[in-house]
Design a protein around this ligand. Sequence first.
Ligand SMILES: [Zn+2]
Ligand SMILES: [Zn+2]
Length: 351
Amino acid sequence: MRCQQIVEFGKPLESRDYETPTPQGTEVLLKVSACGVCHSDLHLWEGYFDMGGGQKLDLADRGMKLPFTMGHEIVGEVIALGPEATGAQIGDKRIVFPWIGCGDCARCIDGDELLCLSPQTLGARYNGGYSDEVIAPHPKYLVPFDGIPAELACTYACSGLTAYSALKKLSHLKEEDTVVIIGAGGVGLSAVHFAPSVVKCKIVVADIDADKRETALKSGATAVIDNSDPDAIQKLMEMTGGGAAASIDFVGAPSSATFGLNILRKGGTLIVVGLFGSSIPLSLPTLPLMMRTITGSYVGSLSEMHELMALVQQGKVAPIPYDVRPLDTAHQSLMDLKDGKATGRIVLTPG
Ligand SMILES: [Zn+2]
Ligand SMILES: [Zn+2]
């Protein structure tokens, strides 16, 4: 198998060849057809997350061993099965759900693998899809995508799922409520596309980029706002009649999260999704006085992945733009993403 690997954090990825692994137990070996390049891959490649206040979450300290193969938006074809891998067939083309837990702890047994303290995420803990072959630990993590191009289907495993799961946390909102989506990049725009299938409320999109606001309007947003406008908060208060019921911050930067908090009405919820990093000062009395909730949403569960793919297959989700490139451009593709030169999701194919 040929992989594009992190050999040293922050240094160019290197192409390395290994013996094709033999699947053990319940494992499944897939030939990779496509793998999306995600913003969080940039953090993994750098080797840390900026936790704010000068604190860094160092991935080497968290047990990430190099060389390592990133890639968690994986689609492939089953080419070998371990002796206990039932429920998959050779030739099956599947999305590989990457957000896998240990399988043994109370959270995993409850089906909340995302809450597992020993995650086994493909492309973050276990070698992922920047490769021509990948091991999935169990057939239950293989999700069908019939009728959808592989290069698009892979993006649902993170970008699409993240948008879906964040929005689903607001499915209780009413028609007259407003949710403000902050950041109309790939994930934020996916959320705008899904919104009518997941929530009943109005969708306002905030972005500092005029082109992205325009795209958001064309994608079905009720209204858009420039959050760099000094009057943006006031305008939103007027637009919503006293504040939004919720905001979803797909950026996760101090400015976007502060904005997301300041536009909430009483009882409103800020959901932070983006992993840009750093921290914000927080006025504690505003939490009880305004009865606000700040919460986080991280990717999504396996059952949400199935729900999402059902919506996709019913044609209820507009495809996001994607840019297919050969696997050996992995490093350049990562740098293009870092430099903001990616238009749509970059998807690597081993070719
Ligand atoms: Zn991702
Ligand atoms: Zn677990």
